[in-house]
Design a binder for this molecule. Structure first.
Ligand SMILES: Cc1cc2nc3c(=O)[nH]c(=O)nc-3n(C[C@H](O)[C@H](O)[C@H](O)COP(=O)(O)OP(=O)(O)OC[C@H]3O[C@@H](n4cnc5c(N)ncnc54)[C@H](O)[C@@H]3O)c2cc1C
Length: 291
Protein backbone atom coordinates (compact mmCIF):
# COMPACT_ATOMS: atom_id res chain seq x y z
CA UNK A 1 0.00 0.00 0.00
CA UNK A 2 1.35 3.43 -0.91
CA UNK A 3 1.61 6.07 1.81
CA UNK A 4 -0.50 8.36 -0.40
CA UNK A 5 -3.35 5.81 -0.19
CA UNK A 6 -3.44 5.88 3.61
CA UNK A 7 -6.07 8.07 5.19
CA UNK A 8 -4.72 9.40 8.46
CA UNK A 9 -6.03 11.84 11.06
CA UNK A 10 -3.70 13.40 13.62
CA UNK A 11 -5.74 14.75 16.55
CA UNK A 12 -4.07 17.45 18.64
CA UNK A 13 -5.79 16.56 21.92
CA UNK A 14 -7.21 13.54 23.70
CA UNK A 15 -10.74 14.90 23.48
CA UNK A 16 -10.40 15.39 19.72
CA UNK A 17 -9.11 11.82 19.46
CA UNK A 18 -12.02 10.41 21.49
CA UNK A 19 -14.38 12.43 19.33
CA UNK A 20 -12.93 10.85 16.19
CA UNK A 21 -13.19 7.39 17.75
CA UNK A 22 -16.84 7.99 18.60
CA UNK A 23 -17.87 8.56 15.00
CA UNK A 24 -20.00 5.48 14.51
CA UNK A 25 -19.73 3.31 11.45
CA UNK A 26 -16.14 4.25 10.62
CA UNK A 27 -13.43 1.62 10.48
CA UNK A 28 -10.52 3.21 12.23
CA UNK A 29 -7.38 2.11 14.02
CA UNK A 30 -5.08 3.95 16.36
CA UNK A 31 -1.40 4.23 15.56
CA UNK A 32 1.11 5.18 18.26
CA UNK A 33 4.80 4.38 17.62
CA UNK A 34 3.71 2.52 14.49
CA UNK A 35 6.24 -0.33 14.90
CA UNK A 36 3.58 -3.07 14.85
CA UNK A 37 1.19 -1.11 12.66
CA UNK A 38 3.76 -0.56 9.89
CA UNK A 39 4.49 -4.29 9.66
CA UNK A 40 0.82 -5.33 9.66
CA UNK A 41 -0.02 -2.58 7.14
CA UNK A 42 2.72 -3.84 4.80
CA UNK A 43 1.51 -7.43 5.18
CA UNK A 44 -2.04 -6.27 4.38
CA UNK A 45 -3.33 -7.62 7.71
CA UNK A 46 -4.55 -4.30 9.10
CA UNK A 47 -6.52 -2.24 6.57
CA UNK A 48 -8.62 0.33 8.42
CA UNK A 49 -10.31 3.06 6.44
CA UNK A 50 -8.71 5.66 8.69
CA UNK A 51 -5.64 5.62 10.89
CA UNK A 52 -5.80 7.87 13.94
CA UNK A 53 -2.25 8.94 14.71
CA UNK A 54 -1.91 9.58 18.45
CA UNK A 55 1.87 9.99 18.59
CA UNK A 56 1.57 13.76 19.24
CA UNK A 57 -0.69 13.46 22.29
CA UNK A 58 2.00 14.43 24.80
CA UNK A 59 -0.56 14.30 27.62
CA UNK A 60 -0.47 10.48 27.27
CA UNK A 61 3.29 10.19 27.80
CA UNK A 62 4.32 10.19 31.49
CA UNK A 63 5.36 8.02 34.43
CA UNK A 64 4.21 9.34 37.83
CA UNK A 65 3.66 8.01 41.32
CA UNK A 66 0.34 9.13 42.77
CA UNK A 67 -0.96 7.76 46.05
CA UNK A 68 -0.83 3.95 45.94
CA UNK A 69 -0.13 3.50 42.24
CA UNK A 70 2.39 4.31 39.55
CA UNK A 71 0.52 5.88 36.61
CA UNK A 72 1.93 5.31 33.12
CA UNK A 73 0.60 7.03 30.01
CA UNK A 74 0.09 4.68 27.03
CA UNK A 75 2.42 6.74 24.81
CA UNK A 76 5.33 6.12 27.17
CA UNK A 77 8.05 4.48 25.11
CA UNK A 78 10.12 1.48 26.14
CA UNK A 79 13.13 3.81 26.36
CA UNK A 80 11.20 6.12 28.73
CA UNK A 81 10.58 3.13 30.99
CA UNK A 82 14.18 1.90 30.83
CA UNK A 83 15.38 5.38 31.83
CA UNK A 84 12.80 5.96 34.58
CA UNK A 85 14.41 6.02 38.02
CA UNK A 86 10.96 5.56 39.57
CA UNK A 87 10.42 2.30 37.68
CA UNK A 88 13.98 1.17 38.34
CA UNK A 89 13.32 1.54 42.06
CA UNK A 90 9.72 0.37 42.26
CA UNK A 91 8.98 -1.78 39.21
CA UNK A 92 12.29 -3.27 38.10
CA UNK A 93 10.56 -6.18 36.35
CA UNK A 94 8.94 -3.75 33.88
CA UNK A 95 12.27 -2.05 33.19
CA UNK A 96 13.87 -5.45 32.47
CA UNK A 97 11.01 -6.35 30.12
CA UNK A 98 11.23 -3.02 28.25
CA UNK A 99 14.97 -3.59 27.76
CA UNK A 100 14.18 -6.83 25.95
CA UNK A 101 11.83 -5.28 23.39
CA UNK A 102 13.62 -5.40 20.02
CA UNK A 103 16.65 -3.19 19.51
CA UNK A 104 17.17 0.47 20.44
CA UNK A 105 15.14 1.86 17.53
CA UNK A 106 12.09 -0.24 18.52
CA UNK A 107 12.53 0.84 22.15
CA UNK A 108 12.64 4.51 21.10
CA UNK A 109 9.53 4.28 18.93
CA UNK A 110 7.42 1.49 20.45
CA UNK A 111 5.04 2.36 23.26
CA UNK A 112 3.60 0.45 26.18
CA UNK A 113 0.07 1.18 24.90
CA UNK A 114 1.02 -0.31 21.53
CA UNK A 115 2.52 -3.39 23.16
CA UNK A 116 -0.76 -3.93 25.02
CA UNK A 117 -2.92 -2.94 22.02
CA UNK A 118 -1.29 -5.52 19.73
CA UNK A 119 -2.31 -8.18 22.27
CA UNK A 120 0.37 -10.63 21.21
CA UNK A 121 0.80 -13.52 23.67
CA UNK A 122 4.54 -12.88 23.16
CA UNK A 123 4.46 -9.14 24.04
CA UNK A 124 7.36 -8.61 26.42
CA UNK A 125 5.92 -5.99 28.77
CA UNK A 126 2.73 -7.99 29.35
CA UNK A 127 3.95 -10.66 31.82
CA UNK A 128 5.67 -7.87 33.76
CA UNK A 129 2.40 -5.93 33.91
CA UNK A 130 0.59 -9.06 35.11
CA UNK A 131 2.92 -9.59 38.07
CA UNK A 132 2.69 -5.89 38.93
CA UNK A 133 -1.11 -6.21 39.18
CA UNK A 134 -1.65 -3.72 36.36
CA UNK A 135 -5.02 -2.07 35.76
CA UNK A 136 -5.95 -0.48 32.43
CA UNK A 137 -8.02 2.65 32.08
CA UNK A 138 -10.14 2.51 28.91
CA UNK A 139 -11.79 5.73 27.81
CA UNK A 140 -14.43 6.63 25.25
CA UNK A 141 -16.04 10.03 24.63
CA UNK A 142 -18.81 9.21 27.10
CA UNK A 143 -17.35 6.64 29.47
CA UNK A 144 -14.28 5.63 31.47
CA UNK A 145 -13.70 2.17 32.94
CA UNK A 146 -10.76 0.53 34.68
CA UNK A 147 -10.15 -3.20 34.61
CA UNK A 148 -7.39 -5.62 35.60
CA UNK A 149 -5.06 -6.44 32.69
CA UNK A 150 -5.96 -10.11 33.13
CA UNK A 151 -9.51 -9.29 31.94
CA UNK A 152 -8.37 -7.31 28.91
CA UNK A 153 -7.08 -10.02 26.56
CA UNK A 154 -9.43 -12.61 25.05
CA UNK A 155 -7.02 -14.31 22.65
CA UNK A 156 -4.11 -13.62 20.30
CA UNK A 157 -4.70 -10.13 18.90
CA UNK A 158 -8.08 -9.92 20.64
CA UNK A 159 -9.18 -7.72 23.54
CA UNK A 160 -12.32 -6.37 25.19
CA UNK A 161 -11.57 -2.86 23.88
CA UNK A 162 -14.64 -1.38 22.19
CA UNK A 163 -14.36 0.42 18.83
CA UNK A 164 -14.89 3.80 20.44
CA UNK A 165 -12.41 3.22 23.31
CA UNK A 166 -8.69 3.58 23.78
CA UNK A 167 -6.22 2.82 26.56
CA UNK A 168 -5.61 6.09 28.39
CA UNK A 169 -3.66 4.91 31.44
CA UNK A 170 -1.81 1.94 32.88
CA UNK A 171 -1.76 1.69 36.67
CA UNK A 172 0.69 -0.56 38.46
CA UNK A 173 1.29 -1.32 42.10
CA UNK A 174 4.80 -0.32 43.20
CA UNK A 175 6.93 -3.13 44.59
CA UNK A 176 7.16 -3.28 48.35
CA UNK A 177 10.51 -2.22 49.88
CA UNK A 178 11.53 -5.88 50.18
CA UNK A 179 10.23 -6.69 46.69
CA UNK A 180 12.21 -7.79 43.65
CA UNK A 181 11.29 -8.50 40.06
CA UNK A 182 12.90 -10.22 37.13
CA UNK A 183 12.10 -10.78 33.45
CA UNK A 184 13.58 -13.61 31.40
CA UNK A 185 13.14 -14.12 27.66
CA UNK A 186 14.08 -16.69 25.12
CA UNK A 187 14.03 -15.40 21.55
CA UNK A 188 15.35 -16.81 18.27
CA UNK A 189 18.03 -14.11 18.06
CA UNK A 190 19.62 -11.80 20.57
CA UNK A 191 17.96 -8.57 19.39
CA UNK A 192 14.91 -7.66 17.32
CA UNK A 193 13.21 -10.94 18.17
CA UNK A 194 9.76 -11.87 19.40
CA UNK A 195 9.82 -14.14 22.46
CA UNK A 196 9.53 -17.91 22.06
CA UNK A 197 8.87 -17.98 25.79
CA UNK A 198 9.11 -15.23 28.40
CA UNK A 199 8.50 -15.07 32.12
CA UNK A 200 8.13 -12.33 34.71
CA UNK A 201 8.59 -13.00 38.42
CA UNK A 202 7.88 -10.68 41.29
CA UNK A 203 8.68 -11.71 44.87
CA UNK A 204 8.39 -10.12 48.26
CA UNK A 205 11.15 -11.63 50.37
CA UNK A 206 11.19 -12.29 54.08
CA UNK A 207 14.31 -12.89 56.05
CA UNK A 208 16.07 -16.19 55.76
CA UNK A 209 15.58 -16.67 51.97
CA UNK A 210 11.86 -17.08 52.45
CA UNK A 211 9.34 -15.62 50.07
CA UNK A 212 6.33 -13.93 51.69
CA UNK A 213 4.39 -13.68 48.43
CA UNK A 214 5.15 -14.04 44.76
CA UNK A 215 3.68 -13.81 41.30
CA UNK A 216 4.77 -15.55 38.11
CA UNK A 217 3.44 -14.85 34.60
CA UNK A 218 4.43 -16.57 31.35
CA UNK A 219 4.13 -15.29 27.79
CA UNK A 220 3.99 -17.27 24.56
CA UNK A 221 2.83 -20.50 26.22
CA UNK A 222 -0.95 -20.02 25.83
CA UNK A 223 -3.35 -17.85 23.75
CA UNK A 224 -2.86 -15.04 26.27
CA UNK A 225 -0.39 -14.36 29.08
CA UNK A 226 -0.98 -16.76 31.97
CA UNK A 227 -0.30 -16.61 35.69
CA UNK A 228 1.35 -19.82 36.94
CA UNK A 229 -0.80 -20.12 40.05
CA UNK A 230 0.41 -23.59 41.09
CA UNK A 231 4.02 -22.43 40.92
CA UNK A 232 3.10 -19.25 42.80
CA UNK A 233 1.54 -21.26 45.63
CA UNK A 234 4.78 -23.20 46.02
CA UNK A 235 6.92 -20.07 46.40
CA UNK A 236 5.90 -19.65 50.04
CA UNK A 237 6.35 -23.29 51.08
CA UNK A 238 9.71 -22.71 52.75
CA UNK A 239 13.22 -21.49 52.13
CA UNK A 240 13.77 -20.84 48.43
CA UNK A 241 16.57 -23.38 48.20
CA UNK A 242 17.74 -25.49 45.28
CA UNK A 243 15.27 -28.30 45.96
CA UNK A 244 12.23 -26.02 46.14
CA UNK A 245 13.28 -24.04 43.04
CA UNK A 246 13.70 -27.24 41.03
CA UNK A 247 10.32 -28.54 42.18
CA UNK A 248 8.65 -25.26 41.16
CA UNK A 249 10.33 -25.47 37.74
CA UNK A 250 8.99 -29.03 37.28
CA UNK A 251 5.45 -27.83 38.02
CA UNK A 252 5.89 -25.01 35.50
CA UNK A 253 6.55 -27.61 32.78
CA UNK A 254 3.07 -29.05 33.45
CA UNK A 255 1.30 -25.77 34.11
CA UNK A 256 2.04 -23.98 30.80
CA UNK A 257 -0.14 -24.80 27.77
CA UNK A 258 1.93 -24.02 24.68
CA UNK A 259 1.27 -24.90 21.07
CA UNK A 260 3.76 -25.84 18.37
CA UNK A 261 4.24 -23.26 15.64
CA UNK A 262 6.84 -22.19 13.12
CA UNK A 263 9.09 -20.84 15.85
CA UNK A 264 9.15 -23.74 18.35
CA UNK A 265 7.46 -27.00 19.32
CA UNK A 266 5.19 -27.22 22.33
CA UNK A 267 7.64 -29.53 24.14
CA UNK A 268 10.54 -27.15 23.56
CA UNK A 269 8.44 -24.30 24.93
CA UNK A 270 7.58 -26.35 28.04
CA UNK A 271 11.28 -27.17 28.58
CA UNK A 272 12.25 -23.53 28.13
CA UNK A 273 9.46 -22.20 30.36
CA UNK A 274 10.68 -24.48 33.12
CA UNK A 275 14.34 -23.54 32.55
CA UNK A 276 13.65 -19.78 32.37
CA UNK A 277 11.69 -19.89 35.61
CA UNK A 278 14.44 -21.84 37.37
CA UNK A 279 17.10 -19.43 36.11
CA UNK A 280 14.95 -16.44 37.05
CA UNK A 281 14.45 -17.66 40.60
CA UNK A 282 18.18 -18.26 41.05
CA UNK A 283 18.88 -14.75 39.69
CA UNK A 284 16.37 -13.29 42.13
CA UNK A 285 17.89 -15.06 45.08
CA UNK A 286 21.38 -13.92 44.09
CA UNK A 287 20.15 -10.34 43.74
CA UNK A 288 18.40 -10.55 47.10
CA UNK A 289 21.56 -11.83 48.80
CA UNK A 290 23.78 -9.18 47.18
CA UNK A 291 21.69 -6.13 47.99
C1 LIG B 1 11.62 -5.49 14.22
C2 LIG B 1 10.64 -5.56 15.36
C3 LIG B 1 11.03 -6.14 16.56
C4 LIG B 1 10.14 -6.22 17.61
N1 LIG B 1 10.55 -6.81 18.78
C5 LIG B 1 9.68 -6.94 19.80
C6 LIG B 1 10.08 -7.57 21.01
O1 LIG B 1 11.22 -8.04 21.17
N2 LIG B 1 9.17 -7.65 22.01
C7 LIG B 1 7.91 -7.15 21.89
O2 LIG B 1 7.12 -7.26 22.84
N3 LIG B 1 7.51 -6.53 20.76
C8 LIG B 1 8.35 -6.41 19.72
N4 LIG B 1 7.95 -5.79 18.57
C9 LIG B 1 6.60 -5.27 18.47
C10 LIG B 1 6.42 -3.76 18.79
O3 LIG B 1 7.61 -3.04 18.60
C11 LIG B 1 5.91 -3.52 20.20
O4 LIG B 1 4.72 -4.26 20.41
C12 LIG B 1 5.62 -2.03 20.48
O5 LIG B 1 5.49 -1.84 21.87
C13 LIG B 1 4.37 -1.54 19.79
O6 LIG B 1 4.17 -0.19 20.14
P1 LIG B 1 3.79 0.90 19.02
O7 LIG B 1 3.58 2.17 19.76
O8 LIG B 1 4.76 0.90 17.92
O9 LIG B 1 2.39 0.29 18.53
P2 LIG B 1 1.60 0.62 17.16
O10 LIG B 1 2.20 -0.17 16.07
O11 LIG B 1 1.43 2.06 16.97
O12 LIG B 1 0.18 0.00 17.55
C14 LIG B 1 0.06 -1.39 17.87
C15 LIG B 1 -1.41 -1.70 18.20
O13 LIG B 1 -1.79 -1.08 19.42
C16 LIG B 1 -2.92 -0.25 19.25
N5 LIG B 1 -2.76 0.88 20.15
C17 LIG B 1 -1.70 1.71 20.25
N6 LIG B 1 -1.90 2.61 21.24
C18 LIG B 1 -3.13 2.34 21.76
C19 LIG B 1 -3.91 2.92 22.80
N7 LIG B 1 -3.48 3.96 23.53
N8 LIG B 1 -5.12 2.39 23.07
C20 LIG B 1 -5.59 1.33 22.35
N9 LIG B 1 -4.89 0.73 21.36
C21 LIG B 1 -3.67 1.24 21.07
C22 LIG B 1 -2.92 0.12 17.76
O14 LIG B 1 -4.21 0.46 17.30
C23 LIG B 1 -2.42 -1.19 17.17
O15 LIG B 1 -3.48 -2.10 17.10
C24 LIG B 1 8.82 -5.70 17.48
C25 LIG B 1 8.43 -5.08 16.27
C26 LIG B 1 9.32 -5.02 15.22
C27 LIG B 1 8.88 -4.38 13.94
Amino acid sequence: MLVSQIDMITPSSLSECLNQLSKAGRKHKLIAGGTDAAVRMKEGKWRPEIWINIKNLKELRYIEEREDFIHIGPLTTHTDMIQSQLLQRKADVLVEAAREVGATQMQNMGTIGGNIGTASPAGDTLPALYVLGAMLELTSLTNKRTLPIEEFFTGPGRTVLKENEMITKILIKPQKPNGLGIFQKLGPRKAQSISIVNVAISLTMDNDRKCAEGKIAFGSVAPTIIRARKCESMLTLGQLNEELIQNIAKIAWKEVMPISDGRATATYRRDMASALLERGLYRLIRRWENQ
